[in-house]
Design a protein around this ligand. Sequence first.
Ligand SMILES: [Zn+2]
Length: 205
Amino acid sequence: MQFSSQLLENAVNEFAKLPGIGKKTALRLVLHLVKQDETLVAHFSNTIAKMRNEIKFCNRCYNISDTVTCNICSNPMRQQNTICVVENIRDVIAIENTQQFSGLYHVLGGVISPLDGLGPEQLTIEALVNRIQNEAIEEVIFALNPNIQGDTTIYYIGRMLKETNVKITTIARGIAFGGELEFADEMTLAKSISNRITVDHYISN
Ligand SMILES: [Zn+2]
């Protein structure tokens, strides 16, 4: 792509570094900004810089936060004896959007994946185990992606919790709502059958 302006090219290159943004889209976004009032663009860039400078990770659950302890952890209405373990912050947002969970979270920052250089030390596993031992936690719900790495992580943490009497559960896995049996892979169908629930329970939910 040829540019008549180095300033324009620099801005396009910055936008193109964002995930999912190609050069063409980057150019469209930058040209949009060129047409905007200077104060609006200053506000835009200040908002991004301020977010990056001031954002924190909760000292208890590692969720993203404006304060030292996030607003979920510091909410007295949340069930303090249940922790939902997730891989990343997007998962917290997704589960919060369902409005079906009123406990606390713990963000691992990934799952154990030796091929990606991610071992237990790179994740917040130790902090999770400390929480379970010190916070009167009764249930730990694993809401990890259903794959080998997720299962390895559940197994690893489960072993560390053997000595505690905390209840360990995982979210149900199976056929997606609206999905069709014939298109489900074998593993999904197998998990759906082994994790079957009673119809009474299904209907009451
Ligand atoms: Zn928190």
